[in-house]
Design a protein around this ligand. Structure first.
Ligand SMILES: [Zn+2]
Length: 325
């Protein structure tokens, strides 16, 4: 392989699905596959990922030692400096040395790991529209909400790899504030995440018979995705739920913009697929909370869709290489 053929292994261990693949620097996939995440003991899951990666390498006729490196997304809080997966809530895993395991097992020294929110931000930077911006704020709006800060093409990780943790920034106080899974109240995640929107939908279905019948009549599920489909079909009550989520997103985005003054804000994740339903509300409220010109910051949907995380795992390797002397 020549210098133009830098190939990277990417593994995205997600909450429900795991994807892995081999990708070139140009973003073209040589091979990739997806399977349900085997949430048993972590060794079983990691070992299966290694087997599948070795099978992909064999199929493409590439030797592991010829890879530029392997990047891995882990589904939880990860200490990048100490190589420690502190906690993976869905899987129930704790205290795991991720890089060490994959290094030993795949016999590759250049192995990097991170949480999927940081990875997605790097993916936008290297493979997405983020290439046009030197600095931006990334938000994953999905079951939960996470964020990441990119400055000069690099991640700002902070001391605990928690920089940009926008999901638990307070966006509501007093009686308006809803309880968050973290134990606090009024967090952005408790007001605008997929699970928050789903909870709101079911609560309003309980109160409003016509709203509940709209779901039954169309066959849409009473969750965030079903609510988006109903809103697109012209249901005002469903549209209002997204407009309200837009208000809280505006407060969160304003907090990030006021603090960081980034060139743009990118949104990815399942709820971000409904950005069109929230966009007028976000832009309208942003001027109430962001200072001066920051209210005009471009708010963009990721160009990478659901592939952002797998691209992100690959981007971890390129980012780490760029940091090396
Ligand atoms: Zn919280």
């Amino acid at each position: 392989m020549g210098n133009g053929d830098r190939i990277v292994g990417a593994i995205d261990i997600g909450g429900t699905k795991t994807a892995l693949g081999l990708v070139g620097e140009d973003g073209k996939w040589l091979a990739r596959e997806t399977f349900p995440t085997p949430f048993e003991a972590w060794e079983g899951c990691f070992s299966f990922c290694c087997e599948r990666m070795e099978a992909l390498l064999a199929r493409c006729g590439i030797r592991a030692e010829d890879l530029e490196g392997v990047g891995i997304n882990v589904p939880g809080m990860y200490d990048y400096v100490q190589d420690r997966l502190i906690r993976a809530p869905y899987a129930g895993w704790r205290d795991i040395r991720v890089r060490e395991y994959f290094r030993n097992r795949l016999r590759i020294s250049r192995v990097y790991a991170d949480n999927d929110v940081n990875s997605c931000a790097l993916a936008e930077c290297r493979f997405g529209h983020g290439r046009q911006y030197g600095s931006f704020f990334w938000m994953t709006v999905s079951t939960g909400i996470g964020g990441a800060v990119v400055e000069g093409g690099r991640l700002i990780r902070g001391r605990h790899n928690l920089a940009g943790e926008i999901g638990h920034v307070k966006t509501a106080y007093g009686t308006e504030a809803r309880a968050c899974a973290c134990g606090a109240r009024g967090c952005l995640e408790a007001h605008a995440s997929g699970s928050a929107i789903g909870k709101e939908v079911r609560m309003r279905c309980g109160r409003n018979k016509r709203f509940a019948e709209a779901f039954e009549g169309t066959g849409f599920s009473a969750d965030a995705a079903g609510c988006a489909a109903l809103a697109r079909g012209g249901n005002r009550a469903a549209a209002r739920i997204y407009e309200e989520a837009g208000l809280y997103l505006a407060r969160g985005i304003a907090a990030a913009a006021n603090l960081l003054d980034p060139e743009a804000v990118f949104l990815g994740g399942g709820v971000a697929e409904a950005l069109d339903l929230m966009f007028p509300s976000i832009t309208c409220h942003l001027s109430d909370y962001a200072v001066a010109d920051l209210a005009k910051i471009p708010i963009l949907h990721t160009g990478l869709g659901y592939d952002a995380a797998l691209f992100g795992a690959a981007a971890l390797v390129f980012e780490a290489q760029a940091a090396e002397p």
